[in-house]
Design a protein around this ligand. Structure first.
Ligand SMILES: [Zn+2]
Length: 317
């Protein structure tokens, strides 16, 4: 049974906004575009995994939690998918990478091969999984739960995988994951059906969503380098809106709208800062009238702190 659905990652939404706000001449522009590409591919692979796993039916009780982030001993670890069975927990690491993938065993190694035949080793999903298994086992032990934790590596369908030597950890395509779980040979049960449900509930309570914002600071970009103005909510062009009477017009798609203040406030918090003042808002939007800005900031998504000149806003939870 599915206990936790995957949500679109905040970082991906933020990267979309960052690419629109970062001038193409910026030294980090290409890097941010690659980040966007990689995060989009990663999320695409995870969505494919979820679609495949929808068809999993097992003779034994189980719980599935997708995209789970836990904190243990001040260490945060994120798991793409967690499958709780009566005798074990399986953490899945879902990958979606370009190029051909070559898997070598003992020690487990992952290489990417370009069409020209150049091979490079990439960060091993097995090493990432071993780290997560270690922390998850500690998290469980702290709650008196002694259930073995294992790992499964899956690759998206479009990835060509060549297994040269049998790896120590299963490496499958997303499409093979359902039969892998269906055919698990369940040994001596450690968790009963109610205990599986209780553990899934506890994990839901302990999950905390990773907040990567503001992205400018995260990527070492000065907030002042971001493009000023308001962007269209109807298209993805990076052209800023032009005032057109009491409305704003997109110079790319021609759509006229009221000022997209809410969208712009959201962009500010994704990209530029953790608090917002009237002056910050004027700078970010290019508005010249602080009274217009003040009205725009009377927005239900904001919480006001301080008064008058010292007023600042944060996002209301
Ligand atoms: Zn537009």
């Amino acid at each position: 049974m599915l206990y936790k659905k995957r949500q679109p990652p905040k970082q991906l939404k933020g990267l979309h906004a960052l690419v629109r706000r970062l001038p193409a001449s910026h030294e980090k522009y290409r890097f941010i575009q690659e980040e966007l590409y990689n995060h989009r591919a990663g999320y695409g692979g995870e969505q494919e995994y979820d679609r495949c796993m929808q068809e999993v039916r097992t003779d034994f009780p189980h719980a599935i939690l997708n995209d789970l982030s836990l904190l243990h001993d001040s260490v945060r670890f994120q798991m793409d998918s967690v499958f709780i069975a009566p005798d074990r927990i399986v953490i899945s690491e879902v990958k979606n990478v370009a190029d051909r993938i070559i898997v070598k065993g003992s020690p487990l190694q992952f290489l990417k091969e370009t069409p020209a035949g150049t091979r490079t080793v990439f960060r091993s999903p097995a090493a990432e999984l071993e780290r997560k298994i270690h922390f998850f086992e500690s998290w469980l032990a702290a709650r008196g739960i002694a259930v073995p934790v294992t790992g499964l590596i899956t690759f998206a369908h479009n990835n060509e995988i060549v297994i040269e030597e049998a790896p120590s950890m299963p490496v499958l395509s997303n499409y093979e994951a359902p039969s892998y779980f269906r055919e698990l040979q369940i040994g001596q049960p450690v968790l009963s059906a109610p205990e599986i449900r209780a553990l899934a509930d506890e994990l839901l309570v302990c999950h905390f969503e990773y907040n990567p914002f503001p992205l400018a600071a995260r990527y070492g970009i000065a907030a002042a380098d971001l493009k000023q103005g308001m962007l269209c909510g109807s298209c993805t062009a990076d052209a800023v809106l032009a005032a057109s009477g009491s409305k704003w017009r997109c110079t790319h798609c021609g759509k006229e709208t009221r000022a997209p203040y809410t969208q712009t406030i959201e962009e500010y918090f994704m990209l530029a800062g953790e608090t917002l003042t009237n002056r910050d808002f004027c700078t970010f939007t290019g508005l010249t009238c602080r009274h217009v800005a003040k009205r725009a900031l009377q927005n239900p998504i904001l919480r006001k702190m301080g008064t008058r000149k010292a007023a600042a806003y944060t996002l209301a939870e």
